[in-house]
Ligand binder design. Structure first.
Ligand SMILES: *Cc1c(COP(=O)(O)O)cnc(C)c1O
Length: 397
């Protein structure tokens, strides 16, 4: 078994795991700690601050553990900002939204320490009030530097992107009174990328916005840094952070989501039935791609699975699919040493991120419960979802 399942090796064949009701997510505390140690190492060697981007992982039962390693939380709006403030009160609360609502802004001021605006117009609309409340204010810039291919929906630098102010628009819209409100600059352009892409991006940022950076107190380099992945080049990251600090005298923030909980979760599911079509054997599981691992369809990607091999390496070929009526509710094609039978337990890896915070009850599917896998190998159930959770979001009862 590879690194993705290392936290499970000692428990995967045990009785404890067999007793769990599927489908369920298991969050691996040990793995969160080892990710946290890597991130805290970067922070202590460079003096930067690292925040949890909650949109990727917001299982707040683990915030006390993560707060030992992180400087705070990053939010995409009011509710995440509140969650960060309530559940990681020792940390800073940062928020970025493409556009803030005027009926929410006063409440947001109660939770956020840093507020990042997406346009000069938004900065002008809310900045004076936020400044008067003692907030640290930032503007998201768009360095127009695409470093990723193939996933345009994850590329904030794609042509026509609404995210961040280009230099052209900055020069057209910026006025001295609003510029004076700014404490920092924010950019977020990466997705699951290594530090070479950050280095290239920072060069573009310097070229386009170098003149304003020396007037700032901080520079937030966003998320998308795959820092805790085994092939990540931490040295280049640290060199890039230190370069920015020394060049412009800024404090540097990173706000990774994925990297905090990378490989720190599993989705356990059981086979319900096996069917066949045109020579393809299809196992229908009690977990759904559409409901429980939406990025499998949105990205798309094929998630890692214990005991499964790459194509051709094992004799028994199966397509794994969900129980909903969506024809495309397919997780992927896998090969096994053995045939699959109803009741067999399957364990998908890297299921902590963009899962529990993004799932849904389409087709009346239940929300999978969430378990904590403790360092001693014991499972603790954290949630108890049921019919009520499905019904409550559809109407008044
Ligand atoms: C998505 C996002 C992040 C986190 O991205 P990851 O890929 O999960 O690291 C951080 N900051 C902003 C502004 C984002 O939109």
């Amino acid at each position: 078994m590879n690194d993705i399942f290392s936290g499970l090796t000692s428990v995967i064949n045990g009785e404890n795991i067999k007793a769990l009701k599927t489908p369920c997510y298991v969050i691996d505390e040990k793995k969160l700690v080892s990710n946290g140690e890597i991130l805290a190492g970067v922070a202590s060697r460079t003096g930067c601050k690292i925040l949890l981007a909650q949109k990727a992982f917001s299982n707040y039962d683990f915030y006390p553990l993560l707060s030992d390693y992180l400087a705070g939380t990053e939010a995409s709006g009011l509710y995440e900002a509140r969650l960060g403030k309530e559940e990681m009160p020792s940390g800073e609360v940062h928020v970025f939204s493409a556009a803030y609502r005027s009926d929410e802004f006063n409440e947001l001021l109660k939770y956020a320490d840093h507020i990042v605006f997406n346009t000069v117009t938004q900065l002008r609309k809310y900045g004076f009030k936020a400044k008067a409340c003692g907030k640290s204010l930032g503007l998201r810039i768009n360095p127009e530097c695409s470093t990723q291919e193939g996933h345009e929906i994850y590329d904030p630098c794609a042509k026509g992107s609404r995210l961040g102010v280009t230099r052209e628009v900055w020069d057209r819209d910026m006025t001295p009174d609003v510029l004076a409100l700014l404490d920092g600059i924010h950019f977020h352009t990466l997705c699951e990328q290594n530090s070479d892409a950050l280095e290239v991006t920072l060069r573009a940022v310097e070229e386009k916005f170098g003149d304003v950076l020396s007037k700032m107190k901080w520079l937030n380099m966003g998320g998308g840094h795959h820092i805790t992945k085994s092939d990540y080049d931490v040295e280049t990251l640290e060199r890039t952070i230190i370069y920015a600090k020394e060049k412009w005298g800024v404090e540097v923030y990173l706000e990774p989501g994925e990297a905090v909980a990378l490989n720190a979760g599993y989705l356990l599911t059981r086979v319900l039935d096996v069917t066949e079509n045109s020579g393809v054997k299809i196992a229908i599981l009690d977990a759904s791609a559409a409901c429980h691992m939406p990025d499998v369809i949105e990205m798309p990607y094929t998630p890692p699975l214990t005991d499964a091999g790459s194509k051709g390496s094992k004799p028994c070929h199966y397509r794994l699919a969900g129980p909903t009526c969506l024809a495309g509710d397919v997780i992927g094609d896998y090969v096994f040493d053995h045939t699959l039978e109803p009741g067999d337990l399957l364990v998908f890896g890297d299921m902590a991120i963009y899962t529990t915070c993004k799932n849904n009850t389409f087709n009346g599917m239940p929300l999978p419960d969430i378990y904590r896998l403790k360092a001693d190998g014991e499972f603790e159930r954290l949630t108890e979802f049921g019919y009520k959770d499905f019904k409550d979001r559809l109407g008044k009862s």
